[in-house]
Every structure is written in C-alpha cells, then in structure tokens.
Design a protein around this ligand. Structure first.
Ligand code: GDP
Length: 297
C-alpha cells in the first residue's frame, strides 16, 4: 500500500506526543526528530524535509501551542496543513487554450506511464466535457509504441494520428496538428518518446516538438515508485522544457511517498493528476489536502 511506512511512523510520532498531557519544548523536539526521520526514510528530498520540520516547529513555538489546550492535536493540525502546503495547497486544473485545440504534450521516461496516461486523460475529457480529442503518436523509437497508443485509442474510442516509425517526430506532430485543425478536435495529445534515462538527443527532440506545437500544457509523467530519482527526473525535464505540470503514476503501488512530497517543492510545478491503476478510469485530480490526509492515515 502507498505510504505505508510513512503513515505508520508519523502516526507513531503523533501517538507518542498525545500520550503526554503537557508537551515540553524537548517533547516537541523529539517529535520533530521522529517526523524528520520518517520523511527521510520515505525518500523525501533532504531540503524539503529540512524546511518542513523548521516550519512546523516555528509555527508550534510561535503560536504558543505548547501552552494551550490539546497541544498534540494542534501540532497534528499544523503537520497536516504544512504537508498540504508542501504539495501545493490546492488542485491545479488543466490549462485550456482560448481557441481550439488545446494542445497537451506528454513527456517522461520510458515505462513511467505516458501512453496509458494519454488515454486516461483523453477519456476523462471525453466523459466530463464531451471533448473530441485527437492523440498523436510521436514515439517512433520504442517498438510497438504506436500500436500501444492505437490499442488505447480503440479502447476509449478516440482517434490516433500516426505516420509509422520512419517519419521524423516533429513532422508527425506538424501533420497531426493540421489533421486536428481540419477535424475541429478540441484537444490534441502528443505522445512523445521516452528513454530509460534523460539524454541530450531526447531532450532536443522534445524541445523541437515544443517549439513547433506551442503546447498549452506540457505534462511530465512520473512514476511515483522511483522516489528521489523521480525528483531528479522532474528537475531535468523542467530545466529543458519548462513543464507546466506533473502526472504522478502508480500511486496504487507501494510507493514510499518521496516523489509526491518533493516534486512540487523542488520544481515549483504542480502535480495535476495521479494515476492509481492500470485501467483507463484510474486517473484522479490531485488534491494536496486529500493526499495529506491519506499520508497521515
Ligand atoms: P510509457 O512507456 O511511459 O508510455 O508507459 P506505459 O503507458 O506503457 O506504462 C508502463 C506500464 O505502467 C504499463 O504496464 C501500464 O499499465 C503501467 N501503468 C501506468 N500507469 C499506472 C498506474 O497509475 N498504476 C499502475 N499500477 N500501473 C500503471
């Protein structure tokens, strides 16, 4: 289960605190030490942990929480609020273009869940807004990538534009956008190539696609299971592409929590959606407050 270890350890820290009728500064220090270790063990970025712990401690001391009623309860509330803030405070909606089509470019490492997420998002827009999306298959390197997108398209009844694997991805996108224009599609998804790790050539290709398509949204798909690496990946993509948002996938797995808690704080870019399963309907809007509740258990 996601966040299992983190939840357990945070609850333990809180229970220890609640046991004390009166909370001294040294008790608070002890609790913050436990929270710090819990977060570090969950693979949360070191600087994020440091800032988080300092903010919670300063707030607790500043508000004279320790002298008031139910200090433990107050501290739990502060932890909840600060976790929420660390993850971005409120949900951030998908960008939308003033005139159709809204162009959404998807990026990410191979296996992160890009193609699956394109389908999930297209289906969501179809179901919720009666949208008429077009999906462009611009991953010409991974064997069977186009076929996979085509299968997703068939499953959710959304058309796929493709020119096989022998055409330059930028050219595929150019023609795909023309097709969307001709058919009055209101959303276009560009499924780009991934690699096992970030490399110069991949980044240049993505930058070229961005320059041509002027996407309204560049969503980076990140596998939550990859912890700190997820954060480094996000930073790398953001430096080159200036992404507009993140989709965090595989939150149905036993991720420790590091990616969910670090990405926003490190990159400044919002997590917009979370993937919670392999089915086309397993995509949800990311709500920082709900995620904080889930983490605190
Ligand atoms: P891509 O290489 O980035 O396009 O990744 P794919 O879309 O092919 O996904 C890789 C694998 O991850 C597939 O087996 C997907 O079914 C799976 N996957 C994607 N998103 C999720 C998710 O949110 N939860 C789970 N459990 N699996 C996912």
């Amino acid at each position: 289960m996601a966040f299992e270890g983190l939840t357990e350890r945070l609850q333990k820290a809180m229970t220890n605190l609640r046991r004390k009728g009166k909370v001294s500064e040294s008790d608070l220090r002890q609790t913050m030490r436990e929270i710090r270790l819990a977060l570090l063990e969950a693979d949360v970025n070191f600087t994020v942990v440091k800032d988080f712990v300092k903010t919670v401690r300063d707030r607790a001391l500043g508000a004279k929480v320790l002298d008031g009623l139910n200090p433990a309860q107050q501290i739990v509330k502060i932890v909840d609020e600060e976790l929420t803030k660390t993850m971005g405070e409120t949900a951030v909606p998908l960008n939308k273009s003033a005139k159709i089509p809204t162009i959404i470019m998807m990026a990410g490492l191979q296996g992160a869940g890009k193609t699956t997420t394109v389908g999930k998002l297209a289906l969501k827009l179809k179901n919720e807004q009666n949208a008429r999306p077009l999906m462009i298959a611009a991953d010409v390197y991974r064997p069977a990538a186009i076929q996979q997108l085509q299968q997703v398209g068939d499953q959710i009844d959304v058309p796929v534009f493709q020119l096989g694997t022998d055409v330059d991805p930028v050219e595929i996108v150019r023609q795909g956008l023309a097709e969307a224009e001709a058919n009055h599609n209101d959303y276009v998804f560009i499924d780009t190539a991934g690699r096992l790790q970030i490399d110069e050539q991949l980044m240049d290709e993505l930058a070229n696609i961005k320059a041509l398509a002027h996407p309204d949204e560049i969503l980076l798909v990140i596998d939550a299971m990859t912890g700190q690496n997820a954060v480094n990946t996000a930073q790398g993509f953001d430096d080159k592409l200036d992404i507009t948002g993140v989709v965090l996938t595989k939150l149905d797995g036993d991720t420790r929590g590091g990616a969910a808690l670090s990405i926003r704080a490190v990159t400044g870019k919002p997590i917009k959606f979370i993937g919670q399963g392999e089915k086309m309907t397993d995509l949800d809007v990311f709500h920082p407050d709900r995620m904080s509740n889930r983490i605190l258990g």
